[in-house]
Structures are given as C-alpha cells and as structure tokens.
Design a protein around this ligand. Structure first.
Ligand SMILES: NC(=O)c1ccc[n+]([C@@H]2O[C@H](COP(=O)([O-])OP(=O)(O)OC[C@H]3O[C@@H](n4cnc5c(N)ncnc54)[C@H](OP(=O)(O)O)[C@@H]3O)[C@@H](O)[C@H]2O)c1
Length: 254
C-alpha cells in the first residue's frame, strides 16, 4: 500500500526539498503552507504522486486540529509526519515584537507538538510510522539575539529525543533534524543573512538529502554537514556561558 507523508513548510527551502525526496521515494503527499501559488505549483509539478494540499497558517491556535479533522474527513491516514515549518527572528529580546515571538512559539513548538499528538495514535495502531521534527544546531546552546528561536529548537530536540525513547521497541522512528545555516528564505525572514553564522550556509538540497538518508535509517538525530556536527559536539563539552558568548558573536555582522 502506498504510504502518505505530511510535510509542513512544503512551499519553500528545506521543506520543498523534502517534497522532491519523498515524492521520489513513492510517497503520496499532504503539503501544508500558506503560499497558495507555491501549493498550486507543487500540485502541478509532482503529479506522479497523489498530492493533497492544505493552505493553513500554523501559527494560529487550533490549526493542527483543523488539519487532522480535514484529513480524517477525506479518509487520508498519515504514515510520516515532517514537522518542518518554522521561522526565526534576530534582535534583542525586548525589542522584537512580542506578538511575532508568540507566533514563533505557536509555530515552532505548539503546532509541531499537536500534529505529532494527532497523528501518532494511527502509527501506534499500525505499529509503523516516522515522525520527523526539524530543530536546528541552535538546539545545542542558548542563543543571545535569537533567544526565543534557539529556545524553541531546544524544545524540539528535547521533546523528540524523549518521544523516540518512549517509542523504542515499536516500528515508529522519531528523527530530529538539526541543520546549521542553510540557504533558504529563512535567512531573509529572520534578518540573519548578513551575520557571521550565515557565512558558510549549506544548500537546502544537500541538507534535505542527508536528512532523508538519516530518516530512512531511523536515526534519532541528524546534523547535516561536517562543520555543523563538529560544532554541535563541541557545544556538549563547553560551558553554556561560553557557548552563549559564541552564539552571540556569530549573530553579529560579517
Ligand atoms: N535555513 C536555515 O538556516 C535553518 C537552520 C536551521 C533550522 N532551520 C529550520 O528549518 C525549517 C525550514 O526552514 P527553511 O530554512 O526551509 O525556511 P523557509 O525557506 O523560510 O521555509 C519555511 C517554511 O515554513 C512555512 N511557514 C512559515 N510560517 C508558517 C506559518 N505561519 N504557517 C504555516 N507554514 C509556515 C513556509 O511556508 P508558507 O510561507 O507557505 O507558509 C515555508 O514553507 C524551519 O523549522 C527552520 O527553523 C532552518
């Protein structure tokens, strides 16, 4: 039977690359995003698999439930959830719009948690499934000047690793993807393109390729790119006050 992967943030960057890889892997797709034109394009380009498009703003409370209910009505069950949609914001905490930071928490944390909660019971019933949560190398240390963004990604990593252990022994894998700086719309949206951390950004295609391989192998954590891996491991052994200092420095101008 053909499996179905739900991908949030399918309209751009890493998510769009996942659309290519999962469709090539023979999955039917449920693609979620706000950008109607890009959703139209996905429907036209990836017509060799079944595409269900859902236009939804996941930063609005209740959005995950609406997606679950819409798919239930259509009789579509989900075998793979890729919680990829997310955004960041650069700036001193008290100067960044609280409304925007709350939307970020709702998208990066709440929608991801709720979608996982809604789709996991079916995976448990089938004893088969994959949950893929996109964190970041930001998950490994505090991030001054992007304090809330880094904290949302620390949540994603902690939540996903805990869930992976809960599900141990079942045929359901939970993979956390931790990309470093990647060339997508993220940089412009977060206003970080001009910062040191974006000096050696990876291509989204390569990030998604390494991630997809890790997902298919059932890896718990995937850190694409050798430099990102080295940075993440170093962060485990350095004092957090020092890693915070480094994160603050790389959030500065190139
Ligand atoms: N690029 C990097 O440097 C980097 C590094 C580490 C981690 N990440 C993470 O990777 C993930 C993908 O980001 P990307 O780099 O591919 O950025 P991107 O090109 O900006 O793509 C973000 C995706 O999220 C969707 N999205 C944003 N706000 C949304 C909302 N309110 N409701 C529904 N969908 C929304 C966008 O779709 P619509 O605009 O159609 O809604 C878009 O498809 C994010 O979780 C990000 O935090 C990125």
């Amino acid at each position: 039977m053909i499996k179905t992967a739900l991908i949030t943030g399918a309209t751009s960057g890493i998510g769009y690359e996942f659309v290519k890889l999962f469709s090539r892997g023979g999955y039917n797709l449920v693609v979620v995003g706000r950008n109607e034109e890009k959703l139209d394009e996905i429907e036209q380009v990836f017509h060799h698999v079944e595409i269900t498009r859902i236009q939804k703003d996941l930063s609005k409370p209740g959005a995950a439930k609406e997606i679950f209910e819409e798919l239930s009505k259509l009789g579509i069950t989900i075998d793979v959830v890729v919680n990829n949609a997310g955004f960041g914001l650069l700036g001193e905490f008290d100067t960044v719009s609280l409304e925007e930071q709350s939307r970020m928490i709702q998208l990066n944390i709440t929608a991801l948690t709720e979608l996982t909660h809604y789709f996991l019971p079916y995976m448990k019933k089938m004893n088969d499934g994959k949950i893929v949560n996109i964190a970041s190398t930001a998950a490994f240390q505090p991030g001054p000047l992007m304090a809330v963004y880094y904290a949302t990604k620390a949540y994603v990593l902690s939540f996903s690793e805990a869930l992976a252990e809960e599900l141990k022994g079942k045929n359901i894998t939970v993979t956390t993807i931790c990309p470093g700086a990647t060339k997508t719309n993220f940089g412009a949206a977060a206003n970080v393109e001009h910062t040191i951390m974006f000096s050696n950004a990876m291509d989204a295609k390569e990030v998604a390729k390494q991630s997809y391989e890790g997902i298919m192998k059932g890896r718990r954590v995937v850190i694409p790119g050798a430099k990102n891996k080295a940075g993440a491991y170093a962060a485990k052994f350095l004092p957090r006050s020092l890693t915070a200092k480094i994160a603050k420095a790389v959030a500065g101008e190139k």
